[in-house]
Design a protein around this ligand. Structure first.
Ligand code: 5BU
Length: 264
């Protein structure tokens, strides 16, 4: 299916080139799945990519979760993800002043050299976005930022006024590809989509096909409902990597999310 037909106004109105890259891959794989590869070893992540990569559009990592990290090993993850046609998305949640965020994009993990997308809080103000973007400039790469406008964890402090201020920061920057929304709440997502409009993406963690309460305050909603409420990408971790059959689970998340996009 042609991306403009599947995505409608989102395809037309999103300006960031990586949003189009994501939408194109989604159409190729018929899936809006972003895999949260929350595993502690490079070998485990590479195996997971091999197992479910055909259903996954972007690989979301927490690089500081990997035991005994070194760049040479990490390149196996990067190569495996690229060979399966995935974007690389480091869920770093930057939150410091601009200059420090810029240096944190380098350092041990050298996120700027391999990540296409990163998350950032907006708590420190708009300069964190410029700091992250400046780091990609240094290595002459294009990247996109997803700002946390909502969270999926219960009791989080991202109240409505905070969400609105976050959108002001994001809408003022060409580097902000979109926002993280709360996938566990249809009403919060619908509210967020109406404020965001068509020009930015909303990606949502907090989705699981089995709606039972996640551990340690994580909340879950149904992936299809999240997409119908305005989510453009479902971020799935445990639903796939903790499944007894990750391949079949990934296929289910892909078809639930893709079906909902076409319905939308
Ligand atoms: P889960 O296993 O599907 O619950 O994993 C969810 C992932 O999404 C995990 O990597 C979190 O770091 C990430 N996440 C989240 O769960 N909720 C949020 O509000 C944000 C990120 Br932001």
């Amino acid at each position: 299916m042609k991306a403009e037909d599947a995505w409608g106004p989102r395809w037309v109105n999103c300006a960031h080139p990586l949003s189009h890259e994501f939408m194109r891959v989604a159409c190729e794989k018929e899936s809006l799945v972003v895999l949260a590869a929350d595993l502690p070893t490079v070998d485990g992540i590479v195996q997971l990519i091999e197992d479910v990569g055909e259903f996954v559009c972007a690989l979301k990592t927490h690089v500081d979760m990997v035991e005994g990290f070194n760049m040479e090993d990490w390149s196996k993850v990067v190569d495996a993800a690229r060979s399966k046609g995935m974007l690389l998305f480091e869920d770093r949640k930057f939150a410091d002043i601009g200059r420090v965020a810029q240096t944190q994009m380098g350092g041990l993990y050298d996120i700027r050299s391999w990540a296409d997308l990163v998350t950032s809080h907006s708590i420190s103000g708009p300069d964190v976005v410029d700091g992250v973007a400046a780091a990609w400039d240094e290595v002459e790469r294009i990247g996109g930022i997803l700002l946390l406008a909502q969270m999926s964890s219960s009791g989080n402090l991202l109240a409505e006024g905070y969400t609105e201020s976050t959108l002001e920061i994001g809408n003022a920057s060409p580097h902000v590809l979109g926002y993280i929304g709360n996938g566990s709440s249809v009403s919060e997502l619908e509210g967020l989509r109406s404020k965001v409009g068509e020009g930015r993406m909303i990606w949502t963690p907090g989705v699981n096909l089995s709606s039972e309460e996640g551990v340690l305050g994580q909340r879950y909603g149904h992936p299809a409902e999240a997409v119908l409420a305005g989510s453009d990408a479902i971020i799935v971790g445990s639903g796939i990597h903790k499944s007894e059959d990750p391949f079949s689970s990934a296929r289910e998340y892909a078809s639930a999310s893709w079906g909902a996009l076409l319905e939308r």
